[in-house]
Write a protein that binds this ligand. Structure first.
Ligand code: UD1
Length: 430
C-alpha cells in the first residue's frame, strides 16, 4: 500500500503528454480474443487494469508479447479456455467484456460477475438483454454463464433502454462474428466506442455508425490480425486541465484529440480558464480567479461523469455557488467527505451537490475511494496550502499512468511513499 504526500499551493508549468485511453484499452485488449491472428496494439497505457487484462488473456491461452512500454502483441490463436479465473476477473469491472468477446468467438463464456460497486448500483441487464436477443442462453449468479444456441450467435435488432457504454461495446463485440446483421439503437457515442469499432474494423470486422446512436454490425466469418493505435485518454487530459485550473499556471497538454475535449474545455472556459487549441495539444492557462458555474454529467457528448469529481474540486475553489448534478450514477459523491477535510464547503443531496467556493483549501490526511475520486483528491492536494497525505492510491494507479512522475515534471511537489501493506482492498473501479 502506497500513499502520496503532496505539498500543495504551487502553480503548474510545463508540458504533460497524455497516455492511451484507459476505457478504450480495457475493451480493445479483451476484444483481441475475437481475432484469429496476431494484433499489435500501440499507445497502450501502462496502468494496472491493463496488466491485469494481460494476465487474464495469458491464462486463457493467449500469447502476450510486450514490445515496449506502450506496445504489445496479442496472439489469441490458441485459446484453450472460455472461463477466466474468478480471482482475476472479479478484480476488474471491465471483465464483463470477456463475455461478449468469448461468446462471440467461441459460442460460450463463463465469467465472474464484477464485484462490489463503488458509485451505486451497476447492473448489466442491458448486456444480457443484447446477448439473449442474439440467441444466447444466459444465467447469472456469482458467474455470468452464456452459451450460444447452435454454437454461433445470430444477428438481431437491439434497442438499449438506457445509454450504456459497456452494453454497447459488449454487444458490438458479440456481434462481429455472428451470423447476420445486428443493429444497436440508442447506442452510446463515447470516443472509446468509436475506437473499439475502428480496432475491430481494422482486424476485418464490418461495423458502421459507431459514434452515432445507431450502430450496424454485419457479422463476418473471421477476424485476422493487424496493427492498431489506441486514442488518447480524454479523462486523463481533462484531469490535468482541471489540475492547472485549480493550481493556476500554464500547461501544454499533448497527445489529445481536441474535439473529444470540447465538453470539458467549454466548462473550464466558463470558469475563466484560457484554453488554446492546437492540432493535437491544448494550452491551458489560469491566471484569473475562478468563476462559478453549474455542471450536469451526461453521456457523450455531454460532460463526462468520469470528470465530475475533478471539476467539483475546481468549483470548490471558485467564487460563488455552483451546482453539480450527477446524471449517470446514483452514488458518485462519496469523495466529498474527504474534500471537506481540506476545507471545501459542499452539501450533497442525492445526485446534486451544492458547492460554495472557498478560495483556499488546507492540506490534511485523506483517502481515495475510487479511481476518479482519487485523481480529484490529488488535484485538491496540489491546490491546498500545506501537506496532504492521500491513501489508497492503488485506485489511481489502475487508470492513470505515472501520475506522480507526470505531475512532478511540471513542478508539483508530490511523491509516492511506500507503506507496509496492512490489508488488501479488493474493490472494482470504473
Ligand atoms: C463506463 C466506464 C465508466 C463510466 C461510465 C459512464 C469503462 C470500463 N467504464 O462504465 O468509467 O463512468 O461508462 O460513462 O468504460 N446501466 C444499466 N444497465 C446496464 C448497464 C448500465 O442500467 O446493463 C446503467 C448504469 O447503472 C448507469 C448507466 O447505465 O446508470 C451508464 O452505465 P454504463 O455506460 O454502462 O457504464 P459502464 O460501461 O459500466
Amino acid at each position: 500500500m502506497n500513499q502520496y504526500v503532496i505539498h500543495g499551493g504551487h502553480p503548474l508549468f510545463g508540458e504533460i503528454t497524455v497516455s492511451g485511453a484507459k476505457n478504450a484499452a480495457v475493451a480493445i485488449i479483451p476484444a483481441a480474443l475475437l481475432v484469429d491472428g496476431v494484433c499489435r496494439i500501440e499507445n497502450v497505457p501502462q496502468i494496472s487494469d491493463v496488466t491485469l487484462f494481460f494476465s487474464i488473456l495469458e491464462e486463457l491461452g493467449a500469447k502476450v508479447r510486450v514490445l515496449n512500454r506502450h506496445a504489445v502483441e496479442l496472439d489469441c490463436r490458441s485459446i484453450h479456455s472460455t472461463k477466466p479465473s474468478y480471482e482475476l476477473a472479479r478484480r476488474i469491472r471491465a471483465s464483463y467484456y470477456l463475455v461478449g468477446a468469448l461468446l462471440g468467438r467461441f459460442g460460450e463464456a463463463t465469467v465472474a460477475m464484477p464485484g462490489g460497486c463503488n458509485f451505486g448500483v451497476r447492473p448489466i441487464d442491458l448486456h444480457v438483454k443484447g446477448f439473449r436477443a442474439m440467441g444466447a442462453e444466459v444465467t447469472e449468479g456469482g458467474f455470468i454463464e452464456a452459451v450460444a444456441k447452435d454454437g454461433r450467435l445470430k444477428g438481431a435488432n437491439i434497442y438499449m433502454d438506457q445509454v450504456s457504454v459497456g452494453a454497447t461495446m459488449n454487444v458490438m463485440m458479440a456481434a462481429v462474428l455472428a451470423d447476420g446483421v445486428t443493429t444497436i439503437d440508442n447506442a452510446a457515442k463515447e470516443p472509446h466506442i468509436v475506437d473499439l469499432a475502428n480496432f475491430l474494423n481494422s482486424m476485418g470486422a464490418d461495423i458502421k455508425g459507431a459514434g452515432t446512436d445507431s450502430i450496424k454490425i454485419r457479422g463476418v466469418e473471421k477476424l485476422t490480425g493487424g496493427t492498431y493505435c489506441i486514442i488518447p485518454d480524454q479523462i486523463e487530459a481533462g484531469t490535468y486541465m482541471a489540475a492547472v485550473a485549480a493550481t493556476g499556471g500554464q500547461l501544454l497538454i499533448k497527445n489529445v484529440i481536441p474535439k473529444h475535449m470540447e465538453c470539458i474545455s467549454s466548462k473550464l472556459q466558463e470558469m475563466g480558464v484560457s484554453i488554446e487549441e492546437h492540432d493535437d495539444a491544448l494550452l491551458v492557462r489560469r491566471s484569473e480567479p475562478l468563476q462559478r458555474t453549474n455542471v450536469k454529467t451526461l453521456p457523450y457528448p455531454g460532460f463526462p461523469t468520469d470528470m465530475q469529481p475533478q471539476i467539483t474540486v475546481v468549483l470548490a475553489l471558485a467564487e460563488g455557488t455552483s451546482i453539480v448534478t450527477e446524471g449517470v450514477w446514483d452514488n458518485r459523491f462519496k469523495y466529498v467527505g474527504e474534500l471537506k477535510r481540506l476545507g471545501a464547503q459542499i452539501q450533497v443531496d442525492g445526485r446534486v451537490a451544492v458547492v460554495e467556493g472557498v478560495g483556499r483549501l488546507e492540506g490534511a490526511p485523506i483517502q481515495a475511494c475510487d479511481l476518479r475520486a482519487g485523481a480529484a483528491l490529488v488535484i485538491a492536494g496540489l491546490a491546498a496550502h500545506g501537506t496532504t497525505t492521500l491513501g489508497s492510491v492503488q485506485y489511481i494507479e489502475r487508470g492513470y499512468e505515472d501520475m506522480v512522475g507526470k505531475l512532478r515534471a511540471v513542478g508539483a511537489d508530490i511523491e509516492m511513499v511506500d507503506l507496509p501493506e496492512p490489508e488488501k482492498q479488493e474493490q472494482t473501479v470504473s
